[in-house]
Design a protein around this ligand. Structure first.
Ligand SMILES: Cc1ncc(COP(=O)(O)O)c(C=O)c1O
Length: 455
């Protein structure tokens, strides 16, 4: 049982002794520096010393409906009481899995009507690598095996997913990517656009895909994968010309298009899915995070008819996880989707809090330490710069991102530093008053950062 009598110090000591954290320098965990988070309500969380924080990240971009929703607890309890586990192997299902697959077919863009469940976005992307290669094999095009992704992409931490990532520090850790993965530059206009308009740059950035396909040989390229808005890469929202051109190129060379909707899905960009926001129809999509608002681990691969019917005709699908379509996670995801629909949260992002957030953040365009304010819906980033006129971005050694993140944390606001950008991804239920609070706290953190770096 959970020992509820332990103090913060006890927990920090035990944590330092036994717990290996994700994306954390282990040296930071020893010496009582772990943050112990104990409770959440709406967009607020509390630590074990009773300190309140406004969570500008919705956990890890995932708590779309906010913390503390009893309906999800009740859905989990009901399903646990009735049937805590059964698998979907060997022709079995449970009502919750079937219902969730059916519900998703109504929400996802036309044609994406088949769903393979996993427990995480990483597993879903690993699954996609297997499914796509299997698809091409069944199509008689065995050589189509290479995936093209983008620099600064994040697609997960399992072996194939990390190869899809475009993060040099992740590849450096254990010796690079698997064979069969290539990358093109991410479409960050502020960094790479030079004198081009955003629209001109969007086209040019997409055409890098065509060059890469021709370099590798179209007969060797299986798929292109991208997040509609790159999240963990720094909230890179592409110019409007980018995605339609990517789709045109994929169709021209018969390269499958995969939208990784792990962050963008379930309302964050002001549509159910980012692909809809950017006007493209992918062949496959990766769903996770907002699917259950993070209340339980569940993710899915969505596939269109062409992909499904091909692999469906291949005989035994030799793939699956014990927890594929876990009934409790499916029941919670259904309750989560009910709330998103009933409370009109997708429209709320598009017509209310999305515009409100971005109008409020726009004032920081004048701030001496901010070069660019970007984002869409409830995704936003502030690019920290040393030189506004020259677009000179801080270096890793400068550490401006981490400095500003910590200054913000000291104000009671959780944001994230991605390189030298400060990123935000609050829950879809955030109020105007809470956005106002973000702005006040962020301004103090930015002012402190500017002072620290003499700007
Ligand atoms: C776009 C994207 N894809 C995949 C993943 C991996 O998901 P998970 O952490 O559930 O494995 C993430 C996680 O942040 C993500 O942002």
């Amino acid at each position: 049982m959970l020992d509820t009598t332990r103090t913060t110090g006890d927990l920090q000591a035990l944590d330092g002794a036994h717990h290996v954290h994700s994306f954390t320098d282990p040296a930071l965990i020893t010496g009582g520096k772990t943050r112990v988070v104990v409770r959440g309500e709406g967009c607020q969380i509390w630590d074990s010393d009773g300190r309140r924080f406004l969570d500008g990240m919705a956990g890890l971009w995932c708590v779309n409906i906010g913390y503390g929703r009893q309906e999800l607890v009740d859905a989990a309890a009901r399903q646990m009481t009735e049937l805590p586990f059964y698998s979907n192997h060997f022709q079995s299902t449970t009502p919750a899995m079937t219902e969730l697959a059916h519900k998703l077919s109504q929400l996802t863009p036309d044609g994406l009507d088949h769903f393979l469940f996993t427990s995480s976005g990483s597993e879903a992307n690993d699954t996609i690598v297997r499914m796509v290669r299997y698809f091409w094999k069944l199509q008689g095009k065995d050589t189509k095996r290479t995936f093209i992704s983008r620099t600064m992409a994040y697609h997960g931490s399992t072996l194939a997913a990390v190869s899809l990532c475009g993060m040099p520090h992740m590849h450096a850790m254990d010796g690079g990517t698997l064979p069969g993965f290539a990358h093109i530059q991410h479409p960050h206009w502020y960094m790479f656009g030079g004198e081009l308009t955003k629209e001109e740059f969007g086209l040019q950035a997409a055409q890098a895909l065509e060059r890469k396909i021709l370099e590798l040989g179209p007969e060797n390229v299986a798929a292109f994968i991208g997040e509609p808005v790159q999240g963990a890469g720094g909230v890179i929202d592409p110019p409007s010309t980018y995605w339609p051109e990517i789709q045109r190129i994929c169709r021209k060379y018969d390269v499958l298009l995969i939208a990784d909707e792990v962050i963008c899905g379930f309302g964050r960009t002001g549509e159910w899915f980012g692909a809809q926001t950017y006007g493209v129809t992918p062949d496959l999509m990766t769903l996770a995070k907002g699917l259950s608002s993070g209340y339980l681990p569940i993710a899915a691969v969505a596939m269109n008819k062409r992909v499904f019917e091909t692999i469906g005709a291949g005989g035994l699908l030799a793939h699956g996880y014990t927890y594929s379509g876990h009934p409790v996670a499916c029941a919670v995801a259904l309750a989560n989707i009910d709330i998103i629909e009933r409370e009109g949260l997708v429209d709320r992002v598009r017509n209310d809090i999305g515009p409100y957030l971005h109008q409020a953040l726009a004032q920081f365009e004048q701030h001496p330490v901010v070069g660019e304010v970007r984002g869409i819906g409830t995704l936003a980033a502030l690019q920290l710069v040393k030189g506004k006129d020259t677009r000179e971005i801080f270096t890793v050694e400068d550490g401006a991102g981490v400095f500003c993140r910590e200054a913000s944390y000291n104000q009671g606001l959780i944001v994230r530093a991605v390189g030298q950008s400060i990123v935000l991804s609050p829950s879809l239920v955030i109020t105007h008053a809470e956005i106002d609070e973000i702005i006040v706290k962020l301004k103090r953190a930015l002012d402190e950062t500017a002072r620290h770096f003499g700007l």
